[in-house]
Unconditional design. Structure first.
Length: 564
């Protein structure tokens, strides 16, 4: 297990103020340092401490004034006092200029470098004022966008980065996509999806209607029905943005869009077209780089589960497998582990289909079977590149499984995914592929099965009384009934039908000597699952019920994601 140094400074004050427990604070300090993120920003981004009490405590700790940015008149802010580059580099906002003093809003009280650089570049004395980190992000966006308010851009055209050669080649045939109403509609759909926190946009043509649906918190819902006559022009606009061939309508195509929605924020989309009976359906996946930088504390692991994952990551060799259906957050779990391991003294290579989010310091490879670069071929190449850690997007066949297991047995940490429903089924799937039981038992260190459940909106959730008999039948422990409160969704202006955001539900199983013996005896998935519970590892259902007992989500939602 990881040994943490004793706490000091702000982290210690947070523990003394009971805003964090000591273990979480120690882990946050270590991970913030590893990711080179200010502790305050790390705590807020990972929702470990609310922004307001954190800022107030930091102000008191460092003897600084505190300011609520929501009460600030943006028109009164001094203009052109400091450069945009300096503001973005040090994450501060000029608040007021009085004589030779410049008051700047900071969320990180330890950022002395910002104060020094401001004083050097302006010749003024910089006076720091503590502000809330989340409000500071929005305020800087509004300041740099000259009042456009970040994403609230109305009819303003988005800055779409299109390959110059591709754009010129398609110029003549792209005129249908250039009319203003279509451009404004597409822009509005993209911005609405970003603001709602959606993961996918679906543009779908049918015989009599054309509809647009978003997937938000894992659930699809319709958001618009533009005139069916606009379908070809909307498709053409999206294909031009994605640098696709707009004259090709009979074959699927893949593309990417990079949107610069403000001077400080860019969003990537992965785009796919599919010829259907009534035209081209286009699906856009929003690729959020911040999800890859989430700390492990924000993912929803229970303390014991997190400790098991961290312990497995600290091992010099072996295999960590993450399993679950499409859209269950497997990639985020893997990226989180990779970010923890991503230091200058470790060589990390990944084979992905496709690479969705770029990770600096990690060698990422797009697999392309048509050109002879499949997962197995990438793995063979990695083993000649002096790797320490290898991540394989998915183990799909025996060849890939055998190379991955051989790598795990010869001094490499290997991380990968499988599409199974539970940890026990992952082991039997490998055996069914043809991997010998001995190799499975000696190479696999940890299996994580997971789902994503919608979180209840904290503003509108209400207590929900459930009869004791029902609680027992659902699987709640009899000795805990009466000690917790269940909540149900209501719905308000800040959420989507009572839910806002998602959290992971996990089954984390360490391969113990008892489980190794059972694997060697070729026990089935039922026997393996039973032994895992006997070893003290919660299954998905138990972990989900625990989330409901904590008031994070509803029993209805747990039933949706964990009941077969």
């Amino acid at each position: 297990m990881t040994d943490f140094p004793p706490l000091s400074g702000l982290a210690r004050q947070l523990v003394l103020a009971e805003l964090l427990d000591e273990k979480t604070a120690q882990s946050a300090v270590a991970q913030a340092k590893r990711s080179q993120t200010p502790l305050v920003s790390y705590l807020v981004q990972n929702r470990l401490v609310k922004s307001r009490p954190l800022a107030e405590l930091a102000a008191e700790q460092f003897g600084l004034a505190f300011l609520d940015l929501s009460a600030l008149d943006k028109e009164s802010l001094p203009k052109e006092v400091v450069s945009e580059k300096l503001m973005q580099q040090h994450h501060f906002l000029p608040l007021a200029k009085r004589g030779n003093k410049l008051y700047i809003g900071l969320s990180d009280p330890t950022n002395q470098q910002a104060i020094n650089d401001v004083q050097f570049s302006t010749g003024l004395t910089a006076e720091p004022i503590l502000v809330e980190d989340d409000k500071l992000h929005d305020a800087i966006d509004r300041y740099l966008d000259n009042g456009t308010g970040g994403l609230d851009m109305g009819d303003i055209d988005l800055d779409v980065e299109i390959d110059a050669g591709e754009e010129k080649k398609q110029e003549a045939s792209a005129t249908d996509a250039d009319d203003a109403p279509v451009v404004r509609f597409v822009n509005k759909m993209l911005l609405d999806a970003i603001k709602r926190g959606s993961s996918d946009l679906h543009f779908e043509p049918y015989e009599r209607i054309y509809r647009v649906r978003f997937r938000t918190d894992g659930v699809m819902h319709e958001v618009a029905r533009p005139p069916i006559q606009l379908a070809p022009r909307i498709s053409a606009r999206l294909k031009v943005m994605s640098s696709m061939d707009i004259s090709e309508r009979r074959k699927p195509q893949d593309g990417r869009v990079k949107l610069k929605v403000s001077k400080t924020k860019s969003i990537d989309f992965r785009v796919n077209t599919l010829p259907t009976l009534w035209g081209e359906k286009i699906v856009m996946r929003i690729l959020d780089p911040s999800s890859a930088q989430m700390g492990i504390d924000a993912l929803g692991y229970e303390e014991g589960q997190k400790a098991l994952y961290m312990d497995a990551l600290s091992q010099p060799q072996g295999m960590i497998l993450v399993t679950g259906p499409t859209g269950s957050g497997k990639t985020v779990s893997l990226y989180t582990g990779l970010n923890i391991l991503n230091t200058e003294d470790i060589n990390i290579s990944t084979a992905e289909d496709p690479v969705e989010i770029n990770l600096e310091g990690i060698n990422q490879v797009n697999v392309n079977p048509r050109q002879g670069m499949d997962f197995a071929q990438a793995l063979r190449a990695f083993l000649r590149q002096d790797p320490d850690v290898i991540m394989v997007g998915e183990i799909r066949d025996l060849e890939t499984a055998e190379i991955a297991i051989k790598a795990a047995q010869t001094g490499h940490m290997v991380m990968s995914t499988l599409h199974t429903n539970s940890a026990a089924e992952t082991l039997t799937r490998l055996r069914n592929m043809g991997v010998p039981a001995f190799n499975i038992a000696t190479s696999v260190n940890l299996i994580i099965a997971q789902r994503l459940a919608r979180k209840l909106c904290p503003k509108c959730k209400k207590p929900h009384d459930v009869p004791r008999e029902t609680l027992l039948s659902e699987g709640f422990p009899a000795d805990q009934i009466g000690k917790f409160t269940l909540y149900s969704p209501i719905g308000c202006d800040d959420c989507n039908k009572g839910y806002r955001g998602r959290i992971g539900i996990y089954e984390v199983v360490k391969i113990t000597p008892a489980l190794q013996n059972l694997i060697m005896e070729e026990g089935n998935s039922i026997a393996i699952a039973r032994k895992a519970r006997e070893e003290g590892f919660n299954d998905l259902r138990t972990s989900g019920l625990l989330k409901a007992m904590q008031g994070v989500t509803s029993l209805e939602e747990i039933n949706r994601v964990t009941k077969d």
